[in-house]
Design a protein around this ligand. Structure first.
Ligand code: ZN
Length: 304
């Protein structure tokens, strides 16, 4: 039976799994302890491949945060959560001589692809909310990359001209207000004693402390505004909200859906829905497996 290996690189670890769209995910695991360096990453990929050696793999997909050029599959620019992991082709983490085709894509693109393939939709926008904001656009079950791979940078939609400084260097981006790090930075700026709380405690403390509630509420409102603008351009019938912060219900999905519907044309609002991600933290791995199945492999640097 044909199977594929999906590897999802994140700041907290490498998730990986083996399967196919027919079989689903047959195996899923996480590696957390390794050097945060290119050499450390190479070693983890080698270990995962060694563990998977008894499977007959027909392809490997590596998902990564960051801006990945299309079609070369190279990470460019700042990669805030993995600062050393830029100006590199993630496919090169796979040792030479493996003789297995490798593809690469952005982690949010892969999340959106996996979720879109589960659901009945034509245009799916997948949003991941965590330390940053990721976005993937899927049209008729194909990832939309834009001309050079930079499509879907929804976190950097500017919601306030000359607003808060974002990690991308611009001011007023949605990510500066609505991401978890953005909320923490705002608490830090007002010298809040709660800026250092982890996310579950931050959410749990919201009802007791007005300043936390204020920034989370504003984060949700900014998210609604930014996503409504995105929806006006793309006319999606499905918006998926996922990522660690949505798993913990940082924002209320009904509020987000209702808020967006008030800001987009009524005819569009009628065919639009907003739902939670179904695959949870396995979406990137599953999306990679689905992507592998679709590619006409030519060389290990290929990207969709
Ligand atoms: Zn930005």
């Amino acid at each position: 039976m044909t199977q594929y290996l999906g590897i999802d690189i994140g700041a907290s670890g490498f998730k990986y799994g083996i399967g196919s769209s027919k079989l689903g995910l047959q195996h899923f695991a996480l590696k957390r302890n390794f050097d945060r360096s290119i050499e450390g990453f190479r070693k983890v990929v080698s270990d995962i491949l060694a563990e998977s050696a008894h499977h007959e793999l027909s392809g490997i997909c590596i998902g990564s945060p960051g801006t990945i050029t299309y079609p070369e599959g190279k990470i460019v620019g700042r990669n805030p959560n993995l600062p050393f992991f830029t100006d590199i082709k993630p496919a090169d983490l796979v040792p030479d001589g493996m003789n297995i085709p490798v593809c690469v894509d952005n982690d949010a693109n892969l999340m959106a692809l996996a979720e879109a393939c589960l659901k009945d939709c034509r245009v799916c926008v997948g949003i991941t909310i965590g330390s940053g904001i990721g976005c993937g656009i899927v049209h008729r079950r194909n990832i939309y990359h834009g001309a050079r791979g930079f499509a879907g940078e929804a976190g950097h939609i500017i919601v306030y001209p000359d607003g808060l400084l974002c990690t991308c260097g611009q001011k007023g981006c949605m990510e500066a207000y609505s991401s978890v790090d953005g909320i923490r930075r705002r608490l830090h700026e007002v010298h809040s004693p709660y800026a250092g709380l982890d996310l579950p405690n931050l959410i749990a403390s919201r009802q007791r402390y007005d300043e936390i509630d204020k920034f989370i509420t504003e984060g949700e409102q900014v998210l609604i505004r930014g996503l409504a603008n995105l929806c006006s351009v793309l006319n999606p019938d499905l918006l998926i909200l996922g990522g660690g912060a949505m798993d913990l219900a940082l924002y209320n999905i009904k509020n987000v859906e209702d808020g967006i519907k008030k800001l987009i044309p009524p005819a569009h609002a009628q065919c639009f829905r907003c739902v939670h991600a179904s695959y949870g933290n396995r979406a990137g791995v599953m999306g990679g497996i689905i992507l592998c199945e679709r590619l006409n492999y030519r060389n290990k640097n290929c990207i969709t």
